[in-house]
Write a protein that binds this ligand. Structure first.
Ligand SMILES: *[C@@H]1O[C@H](CO)[C@@H](O)[C@H](O)[C@H]1NC(C)=O
Ligand SMILES: *[C@@H]1O[C@H](CO)[C@@H](O)[C@H](O)[C@H]1NC(C)=O
Ligand SMILES: *[C@@H]1O[C@H](CO)[C@@H](O)[C@H](O)[C@H]1NC(C)=O
Ligand SMILES: *[C@@H]1O[C@H](CO)[C@@H](O)[C@H](O)[C@H]1NC(C)=O
Ligand SMILES: *[C@@H]1O[C@H](CO)[C@@H](O)[C@H](O)[C@H]1NC(C)=O
Ligand SMILES: *[C@@H]1O[C@H](CO)[C@@H](O)[C@H](O)[C@H]1NC(C)=O
Ligand SMILES: *[C@@H]1O[C@H](CO)[C@@H](O)[C@H](O)[C@H]1NC(C)=O
Ligand SMILES: *[C@@H]1O[C@H](CO)[C@@H](O)[C@H](O)[C@H]1NC(C)=O
Length: 401
């Protein structure tokens, strides 16, 4: 049985922080309660398949529905590793035509995660190769894009070898310069087309290097004080992650410096971000990977579309995700995650096992949309402690730093 963190723990957390500063990384010292693990045989049951063309980034793909994904083995569980595989078709001989689309996958979680959430993905392989554009991201879907905010956790194209993190918002949200993050800032204005972009500096965060190093773990903390993202290659996972199982609480004390830190002093997180659904997809070409000048400056030559035409073999043999798990957490017993038609808080769960978080089998992404409002209103209650935590932490920094 997992231990469920009670709200009382958090009442004392700010004072604990004050005492321990500056020894602890100030923004990471929080305990999180597990909400759900997406893994193994149950992985695909908690997602909705897009089942349409790519009408947002205009890649040359048909996103399959669930039954096609299963029958064409574009989504399946590897029997040897128990990992989830999500991939692009690499056998169908596609002929040149006015519209050239290859089967691929885009899936969205039924659950939407509010401010106060933590998301950890352990992956051994991220799709790569010329024309390939994979993404693991979060999207608020209750309002028209980008009014509910978007958080891009894993995203790069073609033969790039570094991951890029980004936020997309309406106007007024920025990535301020700060000494907390280790990544390189590529863009600071989150309402531009590219969003506010931070590039990973650690080696092997994308492409063949990532795969050959055995992959790694990415984590995202969606907090009222900011949005933070970390990457660790397989060989240097923090013990809090390498030793955790699906029911472990998560303590961020050994996580170190995040690659990207979008602080609330330059972007009011509660203003720009609504509860977020997780999305995994792989598109081909499209408005980033397929732009000719970008395509030929990211390790590829010729025309992007020529990869899509033909059998896709061997070009798409590396266009697959291999995911050990995705785990989601909440910071307090007062925040809720919207699951299907029901809002759940950690305190109401008999244990933090994945199954107990779900009280309904949802029938579509719209269920989560419809319920984003209750989750957001519940959130208001949680802001009292979070705001205090924030204020006290800031005081602590002023006093000790
Ligand atoms: C994309 O297509 C889906 C399904 O037809 C539709 O619900 C959605 O609004 C479209 N999105 C955009 C951005 O056009
Ligand atoms: C794929 O289709 C094209 C056009 O029909 C054909 O020329 C080519 O030989 C086919 N390739 C394979 C491997 O069957
Ligand atoms: C940020 O980008 C938006 C969209 O391009 C633009 O309207 C706005 O003026 C920019 N803000 C600043 C401060 O550059
Ligand atoms: C997770 O680890 C804890 C502590 O080692 C153990 O008690 C628990 O049974 C494990 N849970 C699962 C689901 O493996
Ligand atoms: C941030 O946005 C929230 C929600 O819109 C608002 O209540 C709050 O006053 C804003 N905070 C600041 C510092 O502007
Ligand atoms: C890359 O594409 C751009 C735009 O199409 C073109 O001007 C440039 O010559 C190309 N460079 C190479 C190396 O092919
Ligand atoms: C297609 O790619 C997969 C990896 O996703 C690989 O295992 C398989 O051998 C490839 N198929 C062919 C026909 O090469
Ligand atoms: C969820 O809500 C939708 C729309 O109100 C409804 O059609 C559906 O039956 C509900 N599902 C469950 C499991 O209650």
């Amino acid at each position: 049985m997992a231990k469920t963190v009670s709200v009382n723990t958090f009442r004392f957390l700010p004072f604990t922080l004050l005492l321990l500063l500056p020894g602890l990384f100030r923004l990471s010292a929080a305990i999180y309660t597990p909400i759900r693990e997406y893994s193994g045989d149950e992985f695909f049951s908690e997602w909705d398949y897009y089942g349409d063309i790519d009408n947002t980034t205009w890649g040359n793909v048909d996103y399959v529905d669930q039954s096609t994904g299963a029958s064409q083995r574009l989504t399946y569980i590897d029997p040897n590793t128990n990992h989830a595989i999500i991939r692009v078709d690499n056998t169908t001989n596609i002929t040149a035509a006015a519209t050239v689309n290859r089967n691929s996958v885009k899936i969205t979680t039924k659950d939407a995660y509010p401010i106060g959430s933590l998301v950890i993905i352990d992956t051994w392989h991220i799709p790569y190769g010329c024309s390939v554009w994979p993404s693991f991201w979060m999207l608020g879907t209750n309002l028209l894009w980008p009014n509910s905010g978007e958080i891009d956790i894993i995203e790069a194209i073609n033969n790039l070898d570094s991951n890029q993190y980004a936020l997309h918002t309406t106007s007024g949200c920025f990535l301020g310069t700060n000494s907390i993050q280790s990544g390189s800032i590529l863009q600071t204005n989150c309402s531009t087309g590219a969003g506010c972009v931070v590039q990973e500096k650690k080696p092997n965060s994308f492409g063949s290097g990532f795969a050959q190093a055995g992959g790694g773990v990415f984590a995202t903390q969606l907090d009222v004080s900011g949005i933070y993202m970390w990457f660790w290659p397989r060989g240097s996972l923090p013990a809090s992650i390498s030793q955790a199982n699906s029911s472990s609480t998560m303590n961020l004390a050994d996580w170190g410096t995040p690659t990207a830190a979008y602080l609330s002093n330059a972007c009011n997180i509660t203003q720009y971000f609504q509860p977020q659904q997780l999305i995994i997809d792989i598109t081909l070409c499209g408005v980033w990977a397929g732009v000719p000048s970008i395509y030929n400056s990211t390790g590829c030559s010729g025309q992007c579309i020529d990869n899509v035409i033909g059998t896709g073999n061997p070009i798409y043999n590396n266009a697959y995700w291999d995911i050990a798990y995705i785990r989601t957490y909440l910071a307090t017993a007062t925040t809720t995650v919207t699951t299907g038609n029901t809002s759940v808080s950690p305190a109401s769960l008999p244990s933090a096992s994945p199954a107990s978080a779900s009280t309904s089998s949802s029938s579509g992404a719209n269920d989560a949309n419809a319920n984003a409002a209750p989750a957001a209103s519940t959130l208001v209650h949680s802001l009292s402690w979070s705001s205090w935590l924030c204020v006290l932490v800031l005081l602590g920094v002023l006093r000790f730093c």
